[in-house]
Design a protein around this ligand. Structure first.
Ligand SMILES: O=C(O)CCC(=O)C(=O)O
Length: 212
């Protein structure tokens, strides 16, 4: 996998995803800001969210067997922002103050509105998220997904859906903001792989706009 060279400060960096950009229909765009939240603030926000979010253990039926999702999750948002993921319809929990404040700050930074956030708690490196695209119909055709990471840094992989040589690996550090937009969800899959040596937890928040 290719490792992005991400040596920069506060600037938002746009990552060049690959040669498929010659396809005029595609407008894949991933931006990364490593220090969107400064270190000390990120620790405080992590602590607040660990305690205040109503974390849930969800399960999935795979080949006739019920399996626990390998992380804790919670779905917050405006009343109408219902979302089907992991095979279930999720009704949002009303916004709590720290999530609402982060949403406003990220909206101002990214220049897009969000009405919901999917919260994931990776308790340690055994927790993970498999290959997928955020391409559910509720998100519309080319969603803007703003992903804030807090706590333990974790690897994040991207691979093109049809061009096997196009793949990227990056590290999502505490306080970083990753934005996926344009046709990225049409053309790419992403995952957070297991890293079993990791013992510390990470929170990830993906702000989304559900079309209602
Ligand atoms: O934890 C992450 O960085 C990715 C989360 C994700 O892919 C998702 O919520 O769809």
């Amino acid at each position: 996998m290719q490792q992005f060279g991400l040596g920069f400060g506060q600037e938002i960096e746009t990552l060049a995803l690959g040669a498929h950009q010659s396809d005029e229909q595609s407008n894949d765009a991933v931006q990364f800001q490593p220090n969107f939240i400064e270190d000390d603030d990120a620790i405080a926000v992590f602590k607040a969210l660990s305690q205040q979010i109503e974390w849930r253990q969800e399960s999935l039926w795979i080949a006739g067997k019920e399996r626990q999702v390998p992380r804790l999750v919670a779905w917050y948002g405006d009343t109408e922002a219902e979302y089907r993921y992991s095979g279930k319809l999720h009704t949002p929990i009303p916004w709590i103050r720290p999530l609402a404040m982060l949403k406003e700050r990220i909206e101002a930074e990214v220049g897009s509105d969000f009405n919901s956030v999917l919260c994931n708690l990776y308790r340690d490196g055994k927790d993970s998220m498999g290959w997928h695209a955020d391409d559910e119909k509720e998100l519309g055709k080319d969603p803007v997904i703003a992903s804030l990471s807090l706590g333990q840094e974790r690897s994040f992989h991207l691979k093109h859906k049809t061009v096997p040589k196009l793949k990227h690996k990056m590290t999502l550090t505490s306080g970083s903001l990753l934005v996926m937009k344009g046709t990225t969800q049409q053309n790419w899959l992403h995952q957070v792989p297991k890293e079993t040596h990791i013992t510390q937890p990470r929170i990830n928040l993906t702000f989304r706009k559900i079309m209602t």
